[in-house]
Write a protein that binds this ligand. Structure first.
Ligand code: KIV
Length: 272
């Protein structure tokens, strides 16, 4: 789907049916950004990257459910046609399928989003089945799983060895079999991600994966270049906003210190 002139909302069945057609996903965390991105995207993902991008955490492990729900609701308010999917934060679904249902139901009810995303392959298949059987659309997430960064020993791509390739492929097949409507394939070597895409009947959404995935997702701040940090190989920057933001703040500071701002046109007058 390219730029949408019409505003027909993208539904979960429509996304599911787009297997083989490029899907455009971007993360969003606020209403104004959702409004800007909405006409160009099939999905706005309220990713738990929120913890790192907006709250400055070193990983996605510390993100209260209430915070995620607040941002999910904000993005839903800014979306007209894109489908909004909200990540389940670490610790809100791994304990039991009942815990997962309770928290996924809260996310759907309190944000108005269309579905949730959770990380995990074979160990999460039973939970995905439990949620989907009860009317909760689930997007899977396999390959590099940021919520398992401690166990993995860091953010590193997977699928390099035969063992890793077999594990991520088995995870992807289990997630599809369990009833997910789509799955993110993150940080997975290209031929393995391409092979998974051929083998699963649901759309794969790549990030650091393969151009042959059915769709692609990027973190919006990576795409916009709103920070000066190291840019990972899988990111393409479409803008460099960090210097522009810094420059705007510098010019504002100069104007305030020189008493050039506020100018007469920026102040209110008495009526005579
Ligand atoms: O949290 C997130 O933003 C994500 C995407 C990177 C897929 O899960």
């Amino acid at each position: 789907m390219s730029t949408h002139a019409e505003t027909k909302p993208v539904t979960i069945p429509a996304l599911r049916a787009m297997k083989g057609t490029p899907q455009v996903w971007l993360t969003a965390y606020t209403t104004p950004m959702a409004r800007l991105l909405d006409p160009h995207c099939d999905v706005l993902l309220v990713g738990d990257s929120l913890a790192m991008v907006v709250y400055g955490q070193p990983s996605t492990l510390d993100l209260p459910l209430g915070t995620m729900i607040g941002h999910g609701a904000a993005v839903v308010r800014g979306a007209r046609q894109a489908c909004v999917i909200v990540d389940m934060p670490f610790g809100t679904y791994q304990e039991s399928k009942e815990q997962a249902f309770r928290n996924a139901a809260r996310i759907l009810a309190e944000t108005g989003c269309q579905g949730v995303k959770l990380e995990g392959g074979i160990p999460m298949a039973e939970t995905i089945r439990y949620l989907t059987d009860r009317g909760i659309p689930v997007c899977g997430h396999v390959g590099l799983m940021p919520q398992a960064v401690m166990a993995a020993g860091g953010f590193r791509a997977t699928g390099r060895t035969d063992d890793e390739a077999a594990r991520v492929t088995a995870d992807a097949l289990a997630v599809a079999e369990a009833g997910a409507f789509a799955m993110v394939v993150e940080g997975t070597v290209e031929p393995v991600a391409a092979d998974i895409t051929r083998r699963v009947p649901i759309p794969t959404i790549g990030i650091g994966a393969s151009p042959h995935c059915d769709g692609q997702v990027l973190v919006i701040d990576d795409l916009l270049g709103t920070f000066n940090d190291f840019t990972p190989r899988f990111v393409k920057r479409y803008a460099e906003l960090a210097p522009q933001i810094g420059d705007a703040a510098r010019r504002y500071a100069e104007d305030v210190r020189a008493r050039r701002f506020p100018a007469p046109e920026n102040t209110f007058r008495q009526r005579r």
